[in-house]
Design a protein around this ligand. Structure first.
Ligand code: NAD
Length: 299
């Protein structure tokens, strides 16, 4: 039988990812800062424990799926953190989107304890997480990649080895900067079309067979009524929170400053998502930028 896998962070993404490990026959040992988040997994037979340290005592492969850098630092190096109890040789895979520099720090801290850390952030929304169709971008020691891949393929359709630790995060931050720009562009385009008297379903059909097509238009359309099964069809509940997108754009800005790289549209997208956070959109899906733009016009 398969050895247990630890899973820390059972939120919008972590919960369906952990379910797919259970589906593939892995016993899961789970924990979350909000124990209610583990309820569904408990019902599916996962063992739920109180802290990351307790997960580390019981599993030699651990996946973390947390909101941002401070949560990852806490879960790895905090007083009840993984590294307090980690066993030698344990494989630690962080799928959260965080600062590449923090990923490197975590790798050094893990190595001191005889454990191996890899960054493996994901692309794909909650839908892709449920269907095991995520894309993983993996950074770390290549010889360890195989052991991680075995688990990643249970949760995703693609895993790409990007290089040394932190490079998975770098790839992810670049992807999300483009995603944010594309989402805002799709939202303002759809709104203009609506103002010009076009039916939004028809306009998205035209875009999706034309050169304006993108993921935000054909898979995750921000306009209510255009697609089923996406956050815009459900009052922007669930999905990928605006706070998380603002965080990722902040990471992109930091890395752009460090490397003296011009990212004008990434910078504007960051400002737009930050303003949304302070105007009541923080916990809505990031496609609610469509609603935000409509309200900005006084609609
Ligand atoms: P989420 O906020 O829904 O879930 C995070 C979970 O971590 C929560 O259940 C929270 O209680 C838990 N947590 C926070 N601090 C903790 C701690 N100290 N100890 C234990 N548990 C703790 O977030 P999410 O949408 O699942 O996203 C997770 C990560 O994946 C983020 O970095 C995000 O940027 C990235 N991501 C999200 C999506 C998406 O569509 N939602 C897509 C790709 C990547």
């Amino acid at each position: 039988s398969k050895t247990p896998v630890g899973f820390i962070g059972l939120g919008n993404m972590g919960s369906p990812m952990a379910k797919n490990l259970i589906k593939n026959g892995y016993p899961v040992i789970a924990t979350d800062a909000f124990p209610e988040s583990c309820k569904e997994l408990l019902d599916l037979g996962a063992q739920v424990v109180d802290s990351p340290a307790q997960v580390a005592e019981r599993a030699d492969r651990i996946i973390t799926m947390l909101p941002s850098s401070p949560n990852v630092i806490e879960v790895y190096t905090g007083p009840n953190g993984i590294l307090k109890k980690v066993k030698k040789g344990t494989l630690l895979v962080d799928s959260s989107t965080i600062d590449p520099a923090v990923a490197k720090e975590m790798a050094v801290a893990a190595e001191k304890m005889g454990a191996v850390y890899m960054d493996a952030p994901v692309s794909g929304g909650v839908g892709a997480a449920s269907l095991a169709k995520l894309t993983f971008m993996v950074g770390g020691v290549e010889q360890e990649y195989h052991a991680a891949q075995e688990l990643l393929t249970c949760m995703g359709a693609n895993a790409v080895y990007c290089g040394q630790v932190g490079t998975g995060q770098a790839a992810k931050i670049c992807n999300n900067m483009l995603l944010a720009i594309g989402m805002i562009g799709t939202a303002e385009t759809m709104n203009l079309g609506i103002r010009l008297g076009l039916d939004p379903k028809l306009l998205s059909k035209v875009l999706n067979m034309s050169s304006g097509r993108c993921w935000s238009s054909d898979t995750y359309n921000p306009v209510p009524g255009v697609m089923d099964g996406v956050p815009s069809a459900n009052n922007y509940q669930g999905g990928f929170g605006t706070t998380l997108m603002a965080k990722d754009l902040g990471l992109a800005q930091n890395t752009a400053s460090d490397t003296k790289t011009a990212v004008p549209l990434g910078s504007l997208a960051h400002q737009i998502y930050r303003v949304m956070c302070s105007r009541g959109y923080a916990n809505k899906d990031f496609s609610s930028v469509f609603q935000f733009l409509r309200e900005e016009e006084g609609q």
